[in-house]
Design a protein around this ligand. Structure first.
Ligand code: ATP
Ligand code: MG
Length: 351
């Protein structure tokens, strides 16, 4: 995010460039998934994965030099896999930067956004991505756009929700949970808190808890992620969670209810601390407005009972109202798109 404060005028068609040929895009470049939303109504979301065939045989068999997203995951045994974003940050290695460039190009092509006409994009990145990281992303994206800016992901979510005044977004992704206070301008560093306890952390905790409880079981992070996506919850369980687990050479049905709950609850202390900190350091006149306008977003916002559980925890600091973004997949990309369309024409001329 640029350090200079800029006022955002919401819904301002007056501030859009007039030329019809311009295409605006919002892109959410995430650890787990990359989503795109365009001003001509196209959308796509893919896993943030790039695969390069391991050898000439694999290239011939797959008939491609590069595979992206779900297709790369499907053929992973024949590929060298790259996950260019880790813990919410674009990795610094040359191969990862190239992979990120390929991912961007692939998703832009996938929505047919590579035709004539000027293209302007806002790319959502984690709240506390370093200045260097933002610079690298801006530089590699410049090849594809006539104007590009990076913006904080949770701010994009708030923009999409139309919650630009006194709102607090908690974006629970794969690599990071980003908390962001929004008050009408682009957020400053003090408005944002990031924790690396998010979806990937839950997956690792779950593997650990199951391995501690049952000897001889072999649980991979992929299995753990799948079980979490099917059954994640916090608080009291509605039902017992039983899964098929490989034990030695057979499959056993094991209950993992307690383990799922503990793994999911392991990310909550950081979230509650972050919310309290952002409320207590806000202008006292507006603290009540902020506490009653908390939004959960990102894939992790789908954990069952999360909103109610957090509201209970917040009772210890005078309470809070927690709501959930209706679109955990495209919320960030849609917000980035709206922001791109609302930026004044002069802004794009200077990018
Ligand atoms: N139903 C679900 N319940 C709980 N967690 C889920 C569910 N569906 C997806 N997730 C988890 O949400 C996380 C992905 O969220 P999201 O797509 O918002 O991340 P991202 O934006 O790619 O990551 P980041 O913001 O950290 O860069 C993954 O850990 C995924 O397993
Ligand atoms: Mg995200």
């Amino acid at each position: 995010m640029a350090s200079k404060k800029k006022n955002i005028k919401s819904g301002a068609s007056a501030s859009r460039l007039n030329e019809k040929k311009n295409l605006y895009m919002g892109i959410d470049l995430g650890t787990n998934h990359t989503a795109i939303s365009t001003s001509n109504g196209k959308k796509n979301s893919i896993l943030s994965l790039v695969g390069i065939p391991k050898d000439a045989v694999a290239t011939k068999f797959l008939k491609k030099e590069r595979l992206y997203g779900e297709e790369a995951l499907k053929h992973r045994v024949a590929l060298n896999l790259f996950k260019p974003i880790e813990s919410g940050v674009l990795k610094n290695q040359k191969e990862d930067i190239e992979a990120a460039r390929g991912l961007l190009q692939h998703i832009i092509h996938s929505v047919g956004a590579n035709g004539d006409g000027k293209k302007y994009a806002i790319i959502g990145v984690p709240a506390q991505a370093s200045v260097l990281n933002k610079k690298i992303i801006t530089e590699l994206a410049k090849d594809f756009f006539d104007g590009v800016m990076v913006a904080s992901e949770p701010f994009c979510v708030a923009y999409n929700l139309g919650q630009l005044e006194h709102s607090l977004v908690v974006d629970i992704g794969a690599g990071t949970t980003d908390l962001c206070r929004v008050h009408g301008t682009l957020p400053e560093p003090d408005d944002q808190i990031s924790s690396n306890k998010a979806g990937d952390f839950i997956d690792r905790e779950l593997v650990k808890l199951i391995s501690d409880e049952y000897t001889n079981v072999r649980v991979s992070p992929e299995m753990s992620k799948r079980w979490k996506e099917q059954c994640a919850f916090v608080g009291e369980p509605d039902e017992e969670i039983i899964v098929d687990v490989p034990v030695d050479s057979s499959i056993l049905k094991l209950s993992i209810t307690r383990e799922i709950r503990e793994a999911c609850e392991s990310i909550l202390p950081d979230i509650v601390d972050g919310i309290s900190k952002l409320i207590s350091t806000y202008d006292p006149d507006f603290q009540d407005a902020l506490r009653s306008n908390i939004w959960l977003a990102g894939g992790g916002s789908q954990i069952k009972n999360l909103g109610t559980f957090l509201e209970k925890e917040l009772e210890q600091i005078d309470g809070g109202r927690v709501r959930i973004d209706r679109d955990p997949v495209f919320g960030g990309a849609d917000g980035a798109l709206k922001l791109a369309m609302d930026m004044p024409a002069e802004f794009w001329r200077t990018t």
